[in-house]
Ligand binder design. Structure first.
Ligand code: PLP
Length: 410
C-alpha cells in the first residue's frame, strides 16, 4: 500500500508556504507548533492581498460593484465551509473570531434558557475556551458543572461518561481532539448518549477540523466550533456550525448593525441565519482567506491530510520513545500532537534549547491547567504537526532533544 507521503508531493506542498524558507538562529526553521496556529500557503496570502487591492468594501450594505463582489466572496466562504463539514447549508455556518468566541456564543445563548441546578458536562481534558465560559456561567446562573474523567491512557473514561451524562444534563461540551493528549474522542457515540438524555452536544473542533474529514451530521453534533488560523487560514476568523432549528431559537449573542431585520423605537426583529449572529462589520478579508484555505485542503483531500498526520505523529512517537528519560502523554491512537517531558527538565527549558536549533515547539500548560493537575505536571512540551512537515524535521527535533539532555547532563 502506498504511504500518504508517496501520494502527496510534500516538497511541492512546502513550496506553497513561504515561511518555511526562513532560518531561525542560523538553522532551517522546523515548525512544530501547528496546534497553536498553522502556517499559511501563498494562495491564502495572495487572495487576501488581492481582496485589499481590488475589491475592498463593506459587505451587505453597499450597492456598488466592489460591495457586491466583497459580499459574494464572503458569502461564498460560508458555503465552502458548509460543504467542508457536510452541513446542510451556508445558513448553518456562523463566522466568529475564533473557536473561543464560537464557544462563548453557544454558552451564553444556551445557558440563558437553563434553570438553577441544571447540569453541564465537560471533560478533564478541555481547553480553557471550552471550560471557563461554562464554569463562569454555571457560577452566575446556579448551574452545576460536571467533569468527565480521563483514564490512565488519556482517553475519556467510559464509566465517567455514563455517570456524568444523565437526565439532569442539559449540555455536553467536549473537545473532538485534545490539544495536549492528542486523544480523538468518540463524539458520535457520546452525542448519542447526550441525546438519549435530551441534552445538547457541543463540540470543540479546534484540533479536529484542520486534520480530519468532518461530517457534522454523522457526528450528530448540535454545535461544532473551530478556528480558521489552525487550518491554513488567517487569524481573526472562526466558525460556529449549529443545527438550524437551534440557531433559530437562540437569542443573538451580539446586537448591532447587520444582525437586524427592522428596528423601531419600540423593538427590533432579527435577520435570517447566519447574519443574525454576525453583528457589525465582519473580518471580510479573513473570511475570503479562509475560503481559499478550505479550497487548498479540499484539493489535497482531508483523508490524505489525516493519513499524513498519522505518519508524522507515529514516526515522532517512535523516535521520542527511543530517547531515555522521555515521558509521552496520551493514547497510542492520536491526532497530530505529542506532548512529552524530558526527565525532570522544565518544558520551557526544553523549548528554549530546541528553539536555538531552529525547532519551534510549545511548552506550558497549553490552556489546559485543570488537565495539568490531573497529569500531575506543571507543564509539558508539545510538538504538533501538519501536512508540510517531514520526517527529516522530526530527526532534527530528536537531535535537539539529545542536545537538551547534554546541556542538562541527564
Ligand atoms: C482544543 C482547543 N480548543 C480551543 C482552542 C482555542 O482556539 P482559539 O484560540 O483559536 O480560539 C484551541 C487553541 O489552541 C484548542 O487547541
Amino acid at each position: 500500500m502506498l504511504s500518504t507521503k508517496t501520494i502527496l508531493d510534500i516538497e511541492s506542498i512546502r513550496k506553497d508556504f513561504p515561511i518555511l524558507q526562513r532560518r531561525v538562529h542560523g538553522k532551517p526553521l522546523v515548525y512544530f507548533d501547528n496546534a497553536a496556529t498553522s502556517q499559511k500557503p501563498k494562495q491564502v496570502i495572495e487572495a487576501m492581498e488581492f481582496y485589499y487591492k481590488n475589491y475592498n468594501a463593506n459587505i451587505h450594505r453597499s450597492i456598488h460593484e466592489l460591495g457586491e463582489e466583497a459580499t459574494a466572496k464572503f458569502e461564498e466562504a460560508h458555503g465552502k465551509i458548509a460543504d467542508f463539514i457536510k452541513a446542510d447549508s451556508y445558513q448553518n455556518i456562523i463566522f466568529t473570531k475564533n473557536t473561543t468566541e464560537s464557544l462563548n456564543l453557544v454558552a451564553y445563548s444556551l445557558t440563558a434558557g437553563l434553570k438553577k441546578g441544571d447540569e453541564i458536562a465537560v471533560s478533564q481534558m478541555e481547553h480553557h475556551s471550552n471550560f471557563v465560559p461554562w464554569q463562569q456561567l454555571a457560577k452566575q446562573r446556579g448551574l452545576k458543572l460536571k467533569f468527565i474523567k480521563i483514564d490512565d491512557e488519556g482517553k475519556l473514561d467510559g464509566e465517567s461518561i455514563r455517570e456524568n451524562i444523565t437526565k439532569k444534563t442539559k449540555i455536553v461540551s467536549l473537545t473532538h481532539v485534545s490539544n495536549v493528549l492528542g486523544t480523538i474522542n468518540p463524539i458520535g457515540e457520546i452525542a448519542k448518549i447526550a441525546h438519549e438524555n435530551d441534552a445538547l452536544m457541543v463540540v470543540d473542533g479546534a484540533q479536529a477540523a484542520p486534520h480530519m474529514p468532518i461530517d457534522v451530521k454523522k457526528l450528530d453534533a448540535d454545535f461544532y466550533a473551530f478556528s480558521g488560523h489552525k487550518m491554513l487560514g488567517p487569524t481573526g476568523i472562526g466558525v460556529l456550525y449549529g443545527k438550524k432549528e437551534l440557531l433559530e431559537s437562540m437569542q443573538p449573542f451580539l446586537y448591532g448593525g447587520e444582525m437586524i431585520r427592522e428596528v423601531t423605537f419600540d423593538g427590533t426583529s432579527f435577520n435570517e441565519l447566519p447574519w443574525k449572529f454576525e453583528a457589525g462589520t465582519m473580518n471580510i478579508a479573513e473570511g475570503v482567506g479562509l475560503g481559499v484555505a478550505i479550497d487548498y485542503l479540499t484539493k489535497i483531500g482531508m483523508n490524505h491530510v489525516q493519513g499524513r498526520d498519522k505518519e508524522l505523529v507515529s514516526y515522532a512517537v517512535e523516535k521520542l520513545s527511543e530517547v531515555d528519560g522521555v515521558t509521552i502523554y496520551g493514547p497510542k491512537e492520536r491526532g497530530a500532537v505529542v506532548s512529552f517531558n524530558v526527565d525532570n527538565i522544565h518544558a520551557h527549558d526544553v523549548a528554549q534549547i530546541l528553539d536555538s536549533e531552529g525547532v519551534a515547539i510549545r511548552a506550558g500548560h497549553h490552556c489546559c491547567m485543570p488537565l495539568m493537575s490531573v497529569l500531575k505536571v506543571p507543564a509539558t512540551a508539545r510538538a504538533s504537526f501538519y501536512l508540510y512537515n517531514t520526517e527529516q524535521e522530526i530527526d532534527a527535533f530528536i537531535n535537539g532533544i539529545h542536545k537538551v539532555k547534554n546541556v542538562f547532563g541527564v
